[in-house]
Design a protein around this ligand. Structure first.
Ligand code: NAD
Length: 510
């Protein structure tokens, strides 16, 4: 089924060039969308700006109800949503469905909690009774989102849910590889009652993305570290806030007391079955304590033999196609580099043209070291490199030996020790005895340290980033008298008294 550009944006681009979209499994052309020029982006932004005051003036509850209505429509249309995602990415049924579930979960979290998170607050006044210290949260205006292709529903929409509920209007620039999913989902938003100019799409490439950064009041970027850095520079020049969800090289530590069957399964899920390894928070480096190293490898090989790979329908297919040829080449280059430097390829690695041009069997490597690209550079494909370590301390040291710090995992039977070790990892989040669940846990902030990014999605932090705090200090004029100096004699005596009280009875919190 070929899809042409949606009416959402067809009329908004003068003299467009087009992106031609292909199904990565069949090579079939499935649609085209215009590449928005900088002028076209400005026009769309002007509409978003005009729509902002009315949208921001609605109560939080009303905006949240509209977003809830959209999520319910998305849920009702999930078969079609899954089909759209699969045809543009080549991922499995289960992988596409996961995106729908996580979005629904995120909407539930923010529709239940947003009003509370955004409520005006009373803060402690320096001079109690006389002063009232109030804090209001106000939306920025037009929020821009630039997103990648690996989760075209989840990564494009998870962050903009709180932005909309907080009262911003939104411009979305989806990846040039997966704009059709985004166009379809935005149509569902309009269909469910969210006004057209409140959420709009601009399709295109990096130039379109760069033009978007120039017209918005907040930019939320999800993508590679290299592009994120350029966006941060431009945002700094414009003095607009930004958040950057970037790449990762996530470590996975298996300690002697781990449940080996579970550890092997989680390592495979983390590295190869979840979206064929095309995940920002995929498991990319496995460190196994000496005592269980050989047994762990045996378990991994046994489980790997049960992996199903294919393009068929149904929730029993574990690994689908890669989405882009660039990633296939990157995977093969990393494996070649590792093998040339002494790594052993103990499982998989063959291309599967019988299934489609971008299918590759999952790859398990042992005897890897930190001078290999596969242990240092981001992998966006199904590779599981495993390294033997002396003990937990060596595992932590190696895990922290990376320019990235997005997510991590520790497998251990000692939960308390697992949690303690987790705090020693330089990572935005750490899982104990599981991988990946952070992105399905909307109450927990998610984001990176080091080159993995700045800012957090999800949790209260994930909505408060889309509002600017406005402080209002009210003097009730009870004891106020005109004076030519800031502190008059009465205020001074009051300040000394308050200081004495605060030092003597701090729990009063005056
Ligand atoms: P990418 O950086 O190549 O592209 C991301 C988006 O940026 C696309 O929409 C692209 O058109 C746009 N873009 C490119 N150049 C631009 C420019 N100069 N100015 C503005 N926008 C520009 O990344 P990708 O290949 O689409 O996605 C893969 C990367 O995304 C990986 O590094 C992965 O780790 C990362 N990622 C991170 C997260 C996270 O939450 N941390 C989630 C998913 C993906």
């Amino acid at each position: 089924m070929a899809v042409t550009l949606s009416p959402v944006s067809a009329d908004k681009v003068s003299a467009p060039e087009y992106l031609v979209l292909k199904n990565p499994v069949t090579g079939e052309v499935i649609g085209q969308t215009p590449i928005y020029s900088a002028e076209a982006v400005q026009q769309v932004a002007a509409r978003a700006r005009a729509a902002f005051p009315a949208w921001a003036a609605r109560p939080v509850k009303e905006r949240a109800a509209l977003v809830r209505g959209w999520a319910d429509l998305l849920w009702a249309e999930q078969k079609s949503v899954i089909q759209h995602i699969r045809r543009e990415t080549g991922k499995t049924d289960l992988g596409a469905w996961e995106e729908v579930v996580v979005i629904d979960n995120t909407v539930a979290y923010y529709t239940h909690n947003a009003e509370r998170f955004l409520k005006p607050q009373t803060r402690r006044a320096t001079i109690p009774i006389r002063h009232r210290a109030r804090l209001y949260y106000k939306p920025y205006g037009v929020a821009g989102f630039i997103t990648p292709w690996n989760y075209p529903l989840l990564n494009a929409f998870q962050d903009l849910i709180p932005a909309l509920i907080a009262g911003n209007t939104v411009l979305l620039k989806p990846s040039e590889l997966t704009p059709l999913v985004a166009i379809y989902i935005v149509q569902l938003m309009h269909q469910s009652g969210i006004p057209e100019d409140v959420i709009q799409i601009v399709t295109g490439d990096g130039h379109t993305g760069a033009a978007l950064v120039d017209v918005v009041d907040y930019i939320a970027f999800t993508g590679s570290t290299a592009v994120g850095r350029r966006i941060a520079v431009r945002a700094a020049e414009r003095l607009i806030p930004c958040s950057l969800e970037l790449g990762g090289k996530d470590p996975f530590i298996v300690l002697n007391d781990a449940n080996l069957e579970l550890a092997a399964a989680e390592a495979l899920v983390g590295a190869v079955t979840e979206n064929a390894g095309q995940v920002c928070i995929s498991t990319e480096r496995v460190y196994v304590e000496s005592g269980i190293y050989d047994a762990f490898i045996d378990k991994v090989k046994t489980l790997a033999n049960q992996i199903t790979i294919g393009s068929g329908d149904g929730f029993d297919v574990n690994v689908g196609s890669l989405t882009s040829e660039r990633e296939l080449h990157r995977v093969e280059a990393q494996v070649k580099d590792a093998v040339e430097k002494g790594a052993k390829l103990i499982w998989g690695g063959q291309r599967r043209p019988d299934l489609g041009p971008l299918f590759i069997e999952p790859i398990i490597l042992t005897d890897v070291t930190h001078d290999m690209s596969v242990m240092r550079d981001e992998t966006f494909g199904p590779i599981l490199p495993i390294m033997r370590v002396k003990d937990a301390d060596e595992a932590i040291r190696l895990a922290n030996d990376s320019e990235y710090g997005l997510s991590a995992a520790i497998m251990t039977g000692d939960l308390r020790r697992g949690e303690q070790l987790a705090t020693r990892l330089e990572s935005g989040d750490v899982h104990v005895n599981i991988t990946h669940w952070i992105f399905g846990t909307p109450s927990l902030p998610m984001g990176g340290v080091k080159n993995s990014g700045v800012g957090r999605r999800n949790g209260p932090e994930g909505i408060l980033r889309f509002v600017r705090p406005q402080s209002i200090l009210v003097d009730n004029q009870l004891l106020q008298r005109p004076s030519l100096s800031r502190i008059d004699a009465l205020t001074m005596r009051g300040a000394l008294l308050l200081r004495a009280i605060r030092r003597a009875v701090p729990f009063l919190r005056v």
